[in-house]
Design a binder for this molecule. Structure first.
Ligand code: ADP
Ligand code: MG
Length: 705
């Protein structure tokens, strides 16, 4: 375990990155490829052929025998089909290893086995994967050997997006174009490209693999469907940032090493709020690369856990009543010459460009709060949002004292004349340095917080791709920029027009700003008074995708067509119903085959004890056993009734046609019956002899990793 390695030597060693390309490709080809990557030019076959050949040679040196078009269909996980490099045997019986430009650029997996939400019926079964040369290819080494992975987009025969990446790339073009328009208005003539930067912080749980394998709920659904709270939960706050234990440290070291080899800049690691919960954050990257890297992070976390005798749970709520897992999506927009457009500077009140951008973002988030909420919706996240240390389901923006103060000045007088300053933080200890504190404290309860020079969208679920939230962010901000430019480009007096626009936007959208405690009940009431949406579950979030407002937005910037949006809505309903259906069936299986039989055995033990004690003494002496037997039997019959109901209702839901109706039935009937089954069983777990309980408890799982 204590093997030594040099980070700078291994970093990116399995990535076909710029350095490798520069070294291996003929100058002319390298230049062409760079133009394609940086200036969105088209790729020609001749260039692709040379790149493919060099990529293959490089990959073979790393031990690769196969290549795959790596893509992200709407199943939530990545997909790949492996082809080996070998050609048909020659007359001599030998084979060659070949990889053509055509094979690099285009693949043709069978689209019919991936969700298409009706697009398949309307259009064609054919689907194509197309090389995304803006995200570098990499070699992945695992038990299957080594494979050259080529990040690709996945589209239908007629060009409809069937994946996460296609709309993301389209939204990046939109924000690039509109941001440049805005920058030009402020006299910037040098920036050529604007890209969203994204840094996702990934939370996860680790449990012991042996114990994991004893829980069907964890195996089939990724979360516990039964489980009583242990006597000690997270109330002591002793895990957050606590010292990392040996077993976990060895695991993290291995994860980092794997990720560094893949060029993922894993940077921060720490224990999280709940016992057995941890976090990994990379250094931010261009949105597209960040999305791909986050998929690699999730894959690697799971893969490496197996090697360490553990299992990694990425579910948003693996344990009821315990802190859930999310993904903080840090987002900003940066120019190719290094300007972060969300940098307020020391005196934000004087930074007119920043104030315009900020109020545009407020407008975007206020107008499209439903879309942002939808982008973070999945069946697992329904358990997390609004519960135990997770943002509420209400979208609001945290600005902090300094910006809030500037906003208030703007709204009340139309003019901002001062910015609050950071003060010296006095530690009161001579040997400790006094340092300047930030002008704004941190806030951890807001779903969308300004954190210095970026926004942090904290609603995203831990298991979800971060593509959808970034598609929405890029698109809604592009729209607000576009609206602003439409006005300002026509203005006779730019200074006056921009001043008016900032004030107007700050005033019109101040309701979305909230700097208080987002976890409090008062906020829920206050938000309602302000007319902010509180969309409590995924089923209610999906319609946001197909409102006229959403269709207009996405069509304007060529991110989604109406048909694509409708198909995504259908897929989301299907995914939701499938997730609940699997959970219900797993509960039925566990309750029927494991838990109820165990409880029955326990009642026999109790009954025998009652009889034996009665025979030895009298009824009075057997009172405790009798009382227990009554209590257990009553809970047992409650559980048995709920189980029968769950069987019926699950069958009813499965027989319904796919779509919204079924999703609603799953939410309102199946899920409530699942709760009704869980309640008596969790109480039984507290009573029944631990030796007889058929699976590891919460305590076993989260305190003994
Ligand atoms: P915290 O836990 O306090 O929110 P972390 O340091 O764990 O902060 O994570 C912050 C994340 O934000 C990191 O992934 C970091 O790279 C990313 N980040 C920093 N600056 C930017 C930026 N300008 N744009 C996007 N992401 C950023
Ligand atoms: Mg954070």
């Amino acid at each position: 375990m204590s093997e030594y390695f040099s980070v700078s030597e291994i970093f990116g060693e399995n990535v076909f990155n710029d350095a490798v390309m520069q070294e291996r490709l003929p100058k002319k080809v390298y230049k062409k490829l760079k133009q394609v990557i940086e200036e969105d030019r088209e790729m020609d076959l001749e260039t692709a052929d040379v790149v493919a050949h060099e990529m293959k040679e490089w990959a073979i040196e790393k031990g690769a025998t196969h290549y795959t078009h790596w893509f992200q269909p709407l199943t939530g996980v990545t997909a790949e089909k492996h082809d080996s490099f070998i050609t048909a045997p020659m007359p001599s019986g030998k084979v060659l290893m070949s990889f053509s430009g055509k094979e690099l650029i285009k693949g043709e997996p069978d689209a019919s086995s991936f969700p298409s939400g009706g697009l398949r019926a309307t259009f064609e079964a054919r689907g194509y994967t197309a090389w995304d040369c803006t995200s570098p290819a990499f070699v992945r080494q695992d038990a299957a050997g080594a494979t050259l992975c080529i990040p690709t987009a996945f589209c239908s025969y007629t060009g409809e997006a069937l994946d996460q990446k296609t709309p993301l790339l389209r939204s990046m073009e939109a924000i690039n174009e509109q941001s440049l328009r805005l920058l030009r208005l402020f006299g910037n003539t040098t920036s050529k490209k604007v890209t969203p930067s994204v840094g996702p912080e990934q939370e996860y749980f680790l449990v012991d693999r042996e114990k994991y394998l004893k829980r069907k709920d964890l195996i089939f659904t990724g979360r516990t469907l039964f489980g009583a709270m242990p006597p000690k939960g997270q109330e002591m706050d002793d895990h957050y940032f606590g010292a990392i234990r040996e077993r976990i440290a060895a695991y993290m070291k291995d994860v980092n090493k794997e990720l560094w080899k893949l060029g993922v800049s894993a940077k921060t690691q720490h224990n999280e709020v709940a016992p057995a919960q941890h976090e990994l954050a990379p250094i931010y990257a261009e949105a597209n690369i960040a999305v791909d890297h986050n998929q690699l992070v999730m894959e690697t976390l799971k893969k490496v856990a197996g090697r360490h005798g553990m299992h990694c749970l990425l579910h948003e709520k693996p344990f009821a009543g315990v802190n859930g897992s999310g993904k903080h999506n840090n987002w900003s927009i940066t120019t190719d010459d290094g300007i972060n457009m969300l940098e307020p500077g020391k005196t934000p009140h004087e930074n007119i460009q920043f104030l315009l951008i900020l109020t545009c973002i407020l407008k975007a988030v206020d107008k499209h709060a439903d879309l942002l909420r939808e982008s973070a919706a999945d069946a697992g996240n329904d358990h997390r949002l609004g519960a135990n240390e997770a943002p509420p389901a209400i979208i609001s923006v945290f600005l902090g004292e300094q910006l809030q103060d500037v906003m208030s000045q703007l709204i009340s007088t139309g003019e901002a004349t001062r910015s609050l300053k950071g003060e010296v933080l006095q530690t009161g200890v001579k040997s400790l340095p006094d340092f300047m504190k930030d002008a704004t404290d941190r806030n951890r309860t807001s779903p969308f917080a300004f954190t210095g020079n970026k926004f942090e969208f904290r609603m995203v679920g831990s298991n979800d791709s971060i593509a959808a939230p970034n598609v929405v962010l890029n698109s809604i901000v592009a729209e607000a920029f576009s609206d602003a430019c439409d006005i300002l480009e026509q203005a006779a007096d730019f200074d006056e027009a921009v001043h008016d626009l900032i004030k107007e936007q700050a005033t019109a959208h101040q309701r979305i700003v909230f700097n208080g405690n987002g976890y409090s009940d008062e906020w829920i009431e206050e938000a309602e008074r302000r007319g902010l949406l509180n969309i409590k579950n995924m089923v209610d979030a999906v319609p946001a995708l197909t409102t006229e407002k959403a269709v207009t937005l996405f069509e304007k910037f060529n991110v989604f067509t109406r048909a694509e949006l409708e198909s995504r809505g259908e897929i989301l309903y299907e995914n939701y119903a499938k997730a609940i259906n699997i959970e219900a069936r797993t509960m039925i299986d566990m309750a029927g085959k494991q838990i109820i039989p165990a409880v029955i055995k326990y009642t026999t033990v109790l009954a025998n004890s009652v009889n034996a004690v009665k025979a030895a003494a009298n009824e009075e002496v057997a009172a405790v056993q009798t009382e227990l037997l009554r209590e257990v039997s009553s809970l047992l019959s409650e559980a048995q009734d709920a189980l029968k109901k769950l069987v019926d209702i699950t069958e009813k839901a499965s027989a319904m046609p796919e779509g919204r109706e079924r999703a609603i039935c799953c939410r309102d009937e199946v899920k409530t019956t699942m709760d009704a089954l869980r309640a008596p069983i969790d109480r039984l777990e507290m009573i029944v002899d631990k030796e007889m309980w058929p699976m590891p408890s919460y305590g076993d799982l989260i305190f003994e990793v």
